[in-house]
Design a protein around this ligand. Structure first.
Ligand code: BTN
Length: 262
């Protein structure tokens, strides 16, 4: 199966080595054990289905057959603070790959959810281990019917199949995604971080919106005004103060609701 991906893959190192599974617990978990054994940078783990897919904030990532589930091992030798931009570039790369293959224009919710018509079509889990390696896990809802997901999720997510009314080639999408990812990763490695930030901002749905952010520092509401040079989200509170958000769950709030907190 991996031959379908690697045969036409135009990358230098991302995806040159692929571990392919019909089913796995979590590609991120497997990639971590590989990285610990010192596998080279760019190794990719792909599964057709995960039975213990992991999302951000320890949530379950529903991973039925038909979707894309992959993890990329990176050993970037950049500062921890710059490595945050790897998370942003994963979102940018996923959004570009979907648009290139099937023409669906997606947008990004900070830090890296990929949205189509405000519904989540892809999620990214970046895990940094002891500054030595980083695992970037990407899940894309491609050839899955919405009814394969739990009912309470169906209002907030979507799939490529639902939006296009047909299935697409997961192999092609993976190939384009790995190529986009490598291109953007090399831009970051060359120190052109601002190019990644610019692309992220162009694809952003978060900037300009009223948002609620829940993090371990509590809950705040305000308007998302910009990213700082590290890619952290700047939120303007009602009193005009700017809060820098480095982690947390961001919710886009409807602009028309009158809210005494903003
Ligand atoms: C999120 O939005 O909460 C992040 C979801 C990340 C899911 C992907 S699927 C491939 C990789 N393996 C995992 O267990 N999780 C990530």
């Amino acid at each position: 199966m991996e031959k379908w991906i690697s045969d036409n893959l135009k990358t230098k190192f991302i995806g040159r080595k692929i571990f392919y599974f019909k089913e796995i617990d979590s590609t991120n978990t497997f990639a971590k054990t590989l990285a610990e054994k010192d596998k080279e940078e760019g190794t990719v783990v792909i599964a057709e289905k995960q039975n213990a897919g992991r999302g951000r904030f320890d949530r379950v990532w529903f991973s039925p057959a038909g979707g894309i589930y992959l993890s990329i091992i990176l050993k970037p030798e950049i500062s921890l603070i710059r490595s945050f931009k790897i998370t942003l570039l994963a979102g940018v790369s996923t959004s570009s790959a979907i648009e290139k293959l099937v023409g669906l224009k997606t947008f990004l919710k900070w830090p890296n959810d990929v949205l189509f018509n405000s519904r989540k079509i892809s999620g990214i889990l970046t895990e940094v281990y002891n500054k030595i390696f980083i695992i970037v896990g990407i899940g894309i809802n491609t050839n899955i019917s919405l009814n394969k997901f739990p009912e309470d999720l169906r209002g907030s997510i979507t799939t490529v199949k639902k939006e296009l009314g047909r299935e697409i080639s997961n192999y092609k999408l993976i190939r384009i995604l790995l190529e986009e990812f490598e291109k953007n990763y090399l831009i970051l490695k060359e120190g052109k971080d601002e190019e990644i930030l610019k692309e992220w901002k162009e694809k952003s749905q978060t900037l300009g919106m009223r948002v609620k952010v829940i993090s371990n520092r509590g809950e705040i509401k305000g308007r998302a005004v910009d990213l700082d040079e590290n890619g952290f989200l700047l939120v303007e509170l009602q009193n005009g103060r700017i809060e820098k958000i480095m982690e947390g769950d961001v919710f886009h709030l409807p602009t028309f609701v009158k809210d005494e907190n903003y």
